[in-house]
Design a protein. Sequence first.
Length: 130
Amino acid sequence: MNERQISLATPAEHASTAKSPPHGYIPPRDVASNRAMTALILGILSIMCTGFLTGIPAIIMGKMELIKIKAGKSNPAGNGIARAGFVLGIVGTVLTCLIVLTGIALIALAAFMGTSEPAREVARQISLTL
């Protein structure tokens, strides 16, 4: 039988033949897309202060980005960020709707109580006139 000799390169020999990246080269990072980041920022704003004004765009942009990621047209690193923006947009929009509906109900209740006869009777008893 013939034995073959296999030459293995030592790490020092391999390092001398490997190409080094050019000076100042920064390898690309696996980052989320701008659309995913925008959805997250809009979602946070919808909960903090702007309600459905930024909640609805956060829902739309987050869903569009999730569809692109699923289709393979966008970087999958943005999946969690896009999903968080989508969910925060929904939460901010729902909270805004609940606050608005509660305010309308309170205004309607106050208007109803102010014009009802029992409310007037109570007001007369404590010497208030309507």
